[in-house]
Design a protein around this ligand. Structure first.
Ligand code: SF4
Ligand code: SF4
Length: 285
């Protein structure tokens, strides 16, 4: 089973939910951090990192001795990563999305394929609720890089190769843009973590609309639940979406979070909430 935890905005609590769900999940599984621009699942799970592999993308390098300045690659590139200055072709590799189009269109093979490192994939292990060893995989985009979908796709490929039979619990990227869409590929359930504030509820509706047509079941967890949660409940009822858990709005929980504690390990009440959440998630298999 592959579960992706998303939220309409950062700070809604998806890492809190992912860490605790993974902690109480007793079947063989992998806890995965696909929030590659700001990874923090490791802060809670505290895995022992045993492997790190550099992730690179293909970008063009101009062979000036061959380039005839025909502009074909410049006109093709949707990302303005190539520009002609007089007869000199400039490549802005930070803007390149590695689509490969320019290599194919160049009539004189003046573009050479170059590898550019944009991040890392870390692997390791941490201890679950029974002190059982659980696999951890996390992506980290280098600072200043903007191209997270290829790294997210590479993590998915790694999981497919190395952990095909294991359950996968993913702390996804926040928001409703390309990284989130990359993270939900081939998943069995999307959990939206909703914060019942005005902004939180608004952004939760946006992410719901973004993933609603993906053909993947959706469930909701309300974090920092209070009297305003009724709006989220009403929305979910209207859309036919199940609310699988409510995490109460509590200062002690916020403090535990700031101390990087896994909420499911913080108290019996929290443990119960997350074991019930795990049971609810398994109903979607
Ligand atoms: S690989 Fe694609 S995105 Fe990159 S420079 Fe070439 S055409 Fe542009
Ligand atoms: S398509 Fe090839 S020859 Fe034409 S400008 Fe680009 S690199 Fe130069």
């Amino acid at each position: 089973m592959k579960v992706v935890i998303l939220s309409g905005k950062g700070g809604a609590g998806k890492t809190t939910v992912a860490a605790s769900l993974s902690y109480v999940w007793r079947q063989e599984h992998v806890a995965v951090d696909m929030d590659v621009e700001a990874p923090n699942l490791h802060l809670f799970l505290k895995p022992q990192i045993t492997g790190s592999s550099e992730f690179t993308v293909e970008v063009p390098q101009v062979d000036e001795s061959r380039c005839i300045a025909c502009r074909k690659c410049v006109e093709l590139c949707n990302f303005s990563a190539l520009s002609l200055l007089g007869k000199k072709l400039l490549a802005f590799n930070e803007m390149c999305h590695s689509c490969g189009g320019c290599f194919r269109i160049c009539p004189v093979e003046a573009l050479v394929r170059n590898n550019r490192a944009i991040g890392n994939i870390l692997t390791g292990e941490f201890a679950g609720v029974d002190q059982n060893s659980i696999a951890f995989v996390g992506g980290r985009l280098n600072i200043g890089e903007a191209l997270s979908p290829p790294l997210i796709d590479a993590i998915a490929e790694y999981l497919h190769e190395k952990h095909e039979s294991a359950d996968i619990i993913i702390d996804g990227p926040p928001g409703a843009s390309c990284p989130a869409m990359s993270a939900i590929k081939d998943s069995d359930l999307i959990i939206l973590v909703a914060e019942p504030t005005v902004f939180g509820f608004h952004d939760m509706q946006i992410i719901y609309e973004a993933v609603a047509d993906a053909g993947i079941p959706i469930a909701v967890v309300i974090n920092k639940a209070d009297e305003l949660s009724v709006k989220v409940w009403e929305f979910c009822e209207c859309k036919g979406v199940k609310v699988l858990a409510e995490i109460p709005f509590d200062k002690d929980l916020a403090q535990a979070y700031s101390n990087r504690q896994i909420l499911a390990a913080y108290s019996k009440d929290m443990y119960k909430i997350f074991t019930e959440l795990a049971a609810g998630v398994k109903c979607y298999v």
